[in-house]
Design a protein around this ligand. Sequence first.
Ligand SMILES: *[C@@H]1O[C@H](CO)[C@@H](O)[C@H](O)[C@H]1NC(C)=O
Length: 593
Amino acid sequence: MERLEEYHSYILGAISLATLLVSYYFLRSDPEAGVPYNVEPPAQAQPGWKGEVLEEPSLKISGSSVIQCYSPATGELLGRVNPSTANSIDRAIAKAKEAQVQWAKTTFSERRRVLKTMLKFILENQEIIARVSCLDSGKTMVDASLGEILVTAEKLKWTIDHGEAALKPEKRPTNFLMMYKTNEVIWQPLGVVAACVSWNYPFHNLISPVIASIFAGNAIIVKGSESTAWSSSFFSSIVTSALSACGHSPNIVQSVNCWPNVAEHLTSHTDIAHITFIGSRPVAHHVCASAAKALTPVCVELGGKDPAIILDDLSNSDFKRVTSILMRGTFQSAGQNCIGLERVIALPMVYDRLIAHLTPLISTLRPGAILHASPATPIDIGASISSANFANLESLIQDAVKEGARLLVGGKQYHNPDFPKGHYFQPTLIVDVTPSMRIAQTELFAPVFLLMRAETVDDAILIANSTSFALGAGVYGSSTRDLEKVVREVNAGMVAVNDFAVTYMVQLPFGGTKGSGYGRFAGKEGLRGVCNQKAITRDRWPGVKTSIPGPMDLPLKGAGAAQRAYGMAQGVVWLGYGDLRGKVRGLKGIMGL
Ligand SMILES: *[C@@H]1O[C@H](CO)[C@@H](O)[C@H](O)[C@H]1NC(C)=O
């Protein structure tokens, strides 16, 4: 008996020792492991919350400067936010600037720990983050999960895994004349940067520029849209609390909300080193003009009129898969997605089949407020951020119909009987659209499936190229030759083959050309974009240094000196860049022969 007990305690001892060793190993193996922290979630996002439904939902209240935040899906008041003033923006920038000095000295390992801490929080709090996003933007939980949380988790993970490598100093080649040099580029923080972001992804768009900027060692002032000002304090405190939990100053991240006239104070501020702008073209003109006052560079991410080109060699099994992707690509976030599908361009053999398949699907889509709907009536798509664009949408659709397009489903504002104060547009299917129609040239940002017919692959590329935008594009089919032809020839910043928007899911550089903007965020290019790319050359061998030859040394000495100096300079050019005979000629010139 005694021996048995002894044996027992021996086993227990061994188990506890093993547990200790294992936990020591795991703790030791990741000194950057995320630390737990809390952020008080807004009461409005708790299940069962009901708010006062505004008689006339609007952001502005007459006679007041506060931002009135409401849920676009229901018209419920979420809260009132005091907008920043020019003075409070100055104070935010000053605080960020001061805190950045310490932050710039942190190691990548310390920065990764902050990102891992955020990732842990986001994974464990997906539900509440999605609910806050749904309330403020009107989207559905699935749209929030895919468009806000999945992509933010990917961005965090990419930066944790690959950020340091992207900013690692790089050796650069040298040349014949400069053979005694070694060359290098290093990436250093810029200081305080800013991001002015759009409302369609209130979580992701706010957090994404923060991740890149702070990882690069910057402080950042992030200005969300006034349309989603309510959620920005919760979302930004997810970052600032992670910083505090890891022992850093939360001041390197400042969130501001303001009206457009005050935003100008931020975008023209001389203490801002770089601006990321995500928004519309008309606003970009103002932001860039304002930034030009301080000559601040802007990374400009505008909308698109993204085409999905459907080749007619889709297999039967692929047809179903592709149409499901097209539905999601078009109706995700009720079409309010800068890389949402704005045009489906189909070849003749698949064209009518698409119409037959999609018409019943689109006519059964149910728009509504996901957090208020009963589980018995599923909601397929969410609300629009406002009803301001609905009259314009209706007129674009009616004009297209007058010019020969067929409106098969929807086409009008939707007065949702369950949510009469919400902003809804009917899920719409419009076909036989041609490039000359206004609707084919205008970014709709709405739940509109727009179908265009192309006769050949070349014709499809021509149509795809025919707008003033060039952001993303997709091509679907079997023939590698045709797929690759589209990939090479379509004018776009990003192309997904047989898929939708996945370039972002692997953190490739995000951005477009033409009227879709310039510059890239995400990936290596995005990270480097918020850095000072410092170019350095050093001498390779001790004692071998550049020295100015006597005949070129200022002031030139003696009669004919200018001619001699020029002959020598010309010789240097021949020596460096001529062929063998040229080099001989160069040597002669240098020696004054
Ligand atoms: C489409 O645009 C790209 C980029 O400008 C160009 O190289 C290509 O030739 C264009 N193709 C057609 C058919 O317009």
